[in-house]
Design a protein around this ligand. Structure first.
Ligand SMILES: Nc1ncnc2c1ncn2[C@@H]1O[C@H](COP(=O)(O)OP(=O)(O)OP(=O)(O)O)[C@@H](O)[C@H]1O
Ligand SMILES: [Mg+2]
Length: 326
């Protein structure tokens, strides 16, 4: 299997503007995505999902560790990095900021086919863009409108998706690409996303929603305050979550005919060096003042929780009992 993304001990600290304190957005993490694979990043607002995508695409330079995109550093000022980035389609989270203000919807969607060096002519590019816009349910009456000015948020999001898919990229990076869609449209777009890995393409998908993650991806990573707290098959994360944070996410999903879950306890600040969920955990242990490592529980399902592992205090106790027995 061809490796498309490789992140090795990747961490990131935003240095902050004048007077601001630096902010650690990501703690070191390692993961990879191959051709035909799909991975979701799930987690609450501010957990580091968009930062991770921007590092993968070379839009941000990491402060720690390495990013390899198609085997090369995507942030390097090299022709090779440009080629790697051009093999990616990107749906940014904010559909209001990401589209050129002066181009029509059709030319916006066609733009990735018209980059310098492209052998595709204008009319062919427009024809393909039209096919993609139709696939993304953008009515042709809107194709002459200015994409960055005259569309609703949901329409812009669909133009972004058409633009990201028009060159049939080897990696699609999509940051909450259906967040502004009604449920029927979302279902249609989900089918487009599901097709990517089936066709041997890779998909990196961000969502807050575990159910959506399960519909779209095979594997998922749960981020909390820049830490990976759980990772594994998306279905297992939804149906058998191991970390109390993932359990809380799964329990908070609305269910037809059932009352809404109680609101979460207020978010406390992370204790430096401790578990990022400690302030909110319903069953903390003394060991949680030190951050638990990610441990494999079953078949690539890993969680960073002392309850699923043996905390240091309990190890000490076990060791003491062992010594007493001798
Ligand atoms: N350019 C920046 N400078 C400083 N801090 C930043 C910058 N971009 C993001 N951050 C901080 O890094 C953290 C992670 O941000 P990020 O945008 O990755 O979160 P997210 O998981 O995508 O959240 P959301 O679900 O709200 O989109 C946040 O605390 C944010 O305030
Ligand atoms: Mg984000």
């Amino acid at each position: 299997m061809t490796e498309i993304v490789r992140l090795e001990d990747l961490g990131h600290v935003f240095s902050g503007r004048r007077g601001e304190t630096p902010h650690r957005a990501l703690h070191p993490l390692t993961l990879s995505i191959g051709a035909g694979q799909s991975l979701a990043l799930v987690g609450e607002s501010g957990s580091g999902k968009t930062t991770l995508l921007r590092l993968v695409l070379g839009l941000e330079r990491p402060t720690e560790g390495t990013v390899l995109l198609f085997g090369t550093d995507p942030a390097a000022p090299k022709e090779e990095a440009l080629r790697a980035r051009r093999r990616c389609g990107y749906v940014p989270q904010d559909p209001f900021g990401g589209l050129p203000p002066t181009l029509s919807v059709l030319d916006t969607a066609a733009e990735p086919l018209r980059l310098p060096g492209s052998t595709i002519g204008r009319s062919e590019a427009r024809e393909r863009a039209g096919d993609l816009l139709e696939l993304c349910l953008l009515d042709s009456s809107l194709w002459t409108a200015r994409a960055g000015l005259s569309l609703s948020g949901g329409q812009r999001q669909r133009v972004s998706l058409a633009r990201a898919l028009v060159a049939d990229p080897d990696l699609l990076v999509a940051d909450e690409p259906t967040s502004m869609q009604d449920s029927q449209t979302r279902e249609h777009l989900v089918r487009l996303l599901q097709e990517r890995p089936r066709r041997g393409k890779a998909l990196l998908f961000v969502t807050h929603d575990l159910v959506l993650a399960r519909a779209v991806t095979e594997r998922a990573v749960v981020l909390l305050q820049g830490h990976v707290v759980e990772e594994g098959p998306t279905e297992a994360l939804l149906l058998r979550p191991l970390h109390p944070y993932t359990q809380a996410l799964a329990a908070a999903l609305p269910r037809l005919g059932q009352p809404l879950a109680a609101p979460p306890p207020p978010r406390g600040p992370a204790l430096p060096g401790g578990c990022p969920f400690l302030a909110r955990c319903p069953h903390p242990l003394p060991a949680c003042f030190s951050a638990p490592p990610l441990q494999d529980v079953a078949g690539g399902h890993r969680a960073a929780c002392w309850r699923g592992a043996t905390p240091p205090a309990m190890q000490d106790e076990t060791q003491k009992q062992e010594n007493e027995r001798r």
